[in-house]
Design a protein around this ligand. Structure first.
Ligand code: SF4
Ligand code: SF4
Length: 505
């Protein structure tokens, strides 16, 4: 048990809209005609294809090897044949294309042989390598590679936080996962605890998920009973007040531990590591059952006939998923992610990836169009709602006027794009859109500067090399001239010398 909970700064209480999708159990989906599996499904690196067109693959077989230390592998989501390798539209606000492997399913769902690890004998390095090879990334949407997050052994961790808050409205995939697969979530949490050496494990779940809290509490008790709880095996399920964005990493750490993580710092700096409940589940499936990450639970909700949670193979087309759920007339756009932090999908043939937690069919009835934007009246409501402790109205002016240096100075990169400021703004200013724009401009500017610096360095080195070669050539010529002069002078001296006298006969 933890002694007390702490509050976090800012936040809002929007309508949760959880009931629409949380009532029914997780459902499977039929296989589509093709699965487009992106090679980049992590925020830090991608995979390099290790199959070619025409190859037969089994479900769970690695088809893309992790690139470098930060990359994560990708696997065939079903058995079938590699039908294409190319670039395809992705689930991104830009609709840009990205490299992917296309699998034509054979309908047999034949798994590659499962190779679970023996947790009792496997070393820490073996476990972490398996996590990377199984393609595990943060399932809360951030897709940060889990093997990198676990970090090095000498990085002391006091508390492992499992994030089951799922604070964003409409999304219920973690809720259903914890209700139905609590034992695997707890098992994954205990593996993560072993890897980072945390003294305690805290699972934070918002109080609007009583069934998930009950299931996780029972699973944690069962686990502690079988392990003859000695203090080290403790895992506490903690009910936290529903308040958006309690599921933000810094906010949940604050609520559970009281630690306030300042700007430019991460939870790890304060001895806390945080993983999503879905990530803990994936770790268990990979290590205990030998299953790579080939599917995820996706909430489909909003203006659809059959809202709910679906277990969807990675690479499944969003359009196909919506067709299964029956999009109702009046839908005017499709959101990926929740209404606060998600984005409108420009192309529906984009595939479901490891970070796709929710698809919402939006209609004007469910999401009335925002009234026209008005000038900022500097009321300060946005600052009071901001959980990151920054001044959104200042950032708004700097972003709007493209004063990028000032935006950086006022900590725009501490903004977690939670949308609280825009939610409370009486002037209906789409503040997060401004901040996303400014961040992308700053990144582009920094990239340009880096490229210019590299070009300048290359030019300076080229000039230096030419000068050096010129100087070396001049030195060589001077040396040669000196040598020639010395030779000539020696020859002249030899000519001028008197002939040797005749020896006496
Ligand atoms: S809430 Fe809106 S109107 Fe008020 S200060 Fe912030 S940006 Fe301006
Ligand atoms: S979107 Fe950014 S600025 Fe706005 S409330 Fe959230 S963290 Fe603060």
């Amino acid at each position: 048990m933890i002694a007390r909970l702490f509050g976090f700064r800012g936040g809002i209480r929007p309508d949760s809209h959880k009931k629409e999708s949380s009532g029914a159990p997780i459902r499977p989906v039929p296989l589509p005609a093709r699965l487009v599996v992106p090679l980049i499904q992590s925020s830090r690196g991608g995979a390099r294809p290790i199959v070619t067109v025409g190859d037969k693959v089994l479900k769970g077989q690695c088809i893309g090897e992790a690139e470098g230390k930060t990359g994560t592998a990708i696997h065939a989501p079903t058995s079938g044949m590699v039908s294409e390798i190319g670039r395809y539209p992705m689930a991104h606000p830009s609709g840009l294309e990205s490299p992917a492997i296309v699998i034509a399913p054979d309908g047999e769902e034949r798994w590659i042989a499962h190779e679970p690890l023996d947790l009792a004998t496997a070393s820490r390095d073996e476990l972490i390598l398996r996590i990377q090879a199984s393609g595990i990334v943060g399932m809360g949407g951030a897709t940060f590679p889990s093997h990198i997050k676990i970090g090095k052994e000498d990085n002391p961790v006091e508390t492992l936080v499992i994030n089951g808050a799922e604070c964003e409205p409409w999304i219920t995939c973690d809720d259903r996962l914890m209700r139905e697969r609590a034992a695997d979530v707890v098992s994954g949490a205990m593996i993560l605890r072993r890897l980072n050496g945390a003294r305690r494990v805290l699972v934070g779940i918002e109080d609007n998920k009583p069934e998930a809290i009950a299931a996780m509490t029972a699973a944690a008790r069962a686990r502690m009973d079988t392990e003859a709880a000695d203090g080290d095996a403790r895992i506490d399920i903690v009910t936290v007040p529903t308040r958006y964005p309690a599921g933000g990493e810094k906010q949940l750490v604050r609520v559970l531990t009281g630690i306030e993580i300042p700007a430019n710092r991460i939870a790890g700096d304060f001895g806390v590591q945080c993983f999503n409940a879905g990530t803990a589940h994936a770790v268990c499936r990979a290590l205990v059952h030998g299953e790579a990450m080939v599917a995820r639970i996706v909430t489909v909700t909003g203006n659809v006939e059959h809202p709910g949670n679906y277990e969807v193979p990675l690479g499944f087309p969003v359009a196909g998923l919506l067709a299964l759920c029956g999009v109702k007339p009046g839908t005017d756009r499709i959101l990926m992610g929740g209404p606060m932090m998600g984005f409108t999908l420009p192309k529906l043939d984009a595939p479901i990836t490891k970070g796709s937690n929710c698809i919402i069919a939006a209609s004007p009835e469910l999401f009335p169009p925002a009234p026209p934007e008005q000038p900022c009246i500097r009321c300060g409501r946005c600052a009071r709602a901001c959980p990151a402790g920054i001044q959104p109205f200042d950032l708004y002016w700097f972003s709007r006027s493209r004063n990028l240096d000032k935006a950086e100075e006022y900590h725009i990169f501490d903004c977690i794009e939670c949308g609280c400021c825009a939610y409370v703004c009486p002037a209906h200013i789409p503040l997060v859109d401004y901040f996303r724009f400014a961040k992308s401009e700053i990144r582009a500017r920094d990239e340009e500067r880096r490229a210019a610096d590299q070009a300048r360095a290359r030019f300076e080195f080229h000039t230096f090399r030419l000068e050096r070669e010129k100087a070396e050539k001049a030195a060589r010529l001077a040396a040669k001239a000196a040598e020639t002069r010395a030779n000539l002078s020696a020859a002249a001296k030899a000519d001028a010398a008197p002939p040797p006298s005749k020896p006496p006969t």
